[in-house]
Design a protein around this ligand. Structure first.
Ligand SMILES: Cc1cc2nc3c(=O)[nH]c(=O)nc-3n(C[C@H](O)[C@H](O)[C@H](O)COP(=O)(O)OP(=O)(O)OC[C@H]3O[C@@H](n4cnc5c(N)ncnc54)[C@H](O)[C@@H]3O)c2cc1C
Length: 256
């Protein structure tokens, strides 16, 4: 049962509090639901609200997004992400839900974590270390302070999410990609225990014009890189079945 709420006023103080134990909370869209509905092992909440971790800066094409930046703030701050953020939860949730919190929610949530994988982002933690997101594993008590990524050139960013409803619906399949002259990165959500890259789809796309045939081949190839599960939104069978179509749609900028 929660008996105390700490409100540290810096990343360092938050990290110290987290190291002593307790449940870290940012927007609370997931944590508060747990606190309100079930037994919670921790007795302390460590709120990041006053830890000074929000804000977006862009320097020489590289964006740094503070961990407690909400999706509403991010949507107005970085235009290329607007469509991706539109598919995440609902306006009410986006006013609270944070970029840092999205790194920890289990699939089939974590749409922004899929974007960060496609963007080859780095994750910054309180001690100042920065790790590529593809190699990063959260250690207990660690506080994420920011994420950093190069803003893709116009026309090189692709995103598509298949979901059951327009609002508050986890992913059946999420596809995020950067395809530029020397760069091909395709990341998938909803189709494995965590967000995954698809090296097989990337091989098909590299150096090719994005024609219908190439996109269909990339979608089929992506099946080699997934490990989907059944959940309330879709069965593993269905996710396999529809993945190739949604990979193609990501590049044709079609709505779900
Ligand atoms: C109705 C509803 C619909 C949703 N729809 C979507 C959706 O479509 N797509 C999607 O991706 N998600 C969705 N979510 C999940 C969730 O709201 C978001 O993923 C959100 O980004 C979580 O952020 P938060 O700040 O609220 O996290 P919190 O609830 O505060 O925390 C979540 C977890 O992250 C940890 N944490 C948070 N910040 C940090 C930090 N800086 N450092 C270390 N640990 C941290 C917490 O300890 C906790 O374990 C939905 C949630 C709800 C309730």
């Amino acid at each position: 049962m929660i008996t105390a709420v700490r409100m540290p006023e810096s990343a360092e103080a938050a990290a110290e509090a987290a190291a002593r134990g307790g449940r870290v909370m940012a927007g609370g869209t997931v944590v508060m639901a747990e606190v309100n509905t079930g037994p919670v092992a921790d007795t302390e909440l460590i709120s990041l609200r006053h830890a000074g971790l929000s804000g977006i800066t862009v320097n020489e094409g590289v964006a740094r997004v503070g961990a407690t930046t909400t999706f509403a703030e991010l949507r107005s701050g970085l235009g290329f992400l607007s469509e991706a953020i539109r598919t995440l939860a609902s306006p009410t949730i986006r006013n609270l839900a944070t970029v840092g919190g999205n790194l920890f929610v289990p699939q089939p949530y974590g749409d922004f974590a899929v974007c960060l994988l496609a963007l080859d982002a780095t994750v910054e933690i309180a001690e100042g270390q920065e790790t590529p997101i593809a190699e990063w594993n959260r250690r207990p008590g660690e506080i994420v302070t920011a994420v950093r990524f190069a803003v893709p050139r116009e026309g090189t960013w692709f995103y598509h999410k298949a979901m059951r409803r327009k609002l508050n619906s986890a992913a059946i399949v999420t596809v995020a990609a950067v395809v530029d002259r020397d760069t091909v990165r395709v990341a998938l959500g909803g189709v494995a225990p965590g967000p995954v890259r698809s090296p097989a789809a990337e091989r098909v796309l590299r150096g090719q014009e994005l024609t219908r045939d190439v996109l269909d081949a990339a979608g089929e190839a992506a099946l080699a890189d997934i490990d989907p599960r059944d959940d309330a939104y879709a069965s593993a069978w269905y996710r396999r079945r529809v993945l190739p179509v949604h990979v193609r749609r990501a590049f044709q900028n079609e709505e779900a």
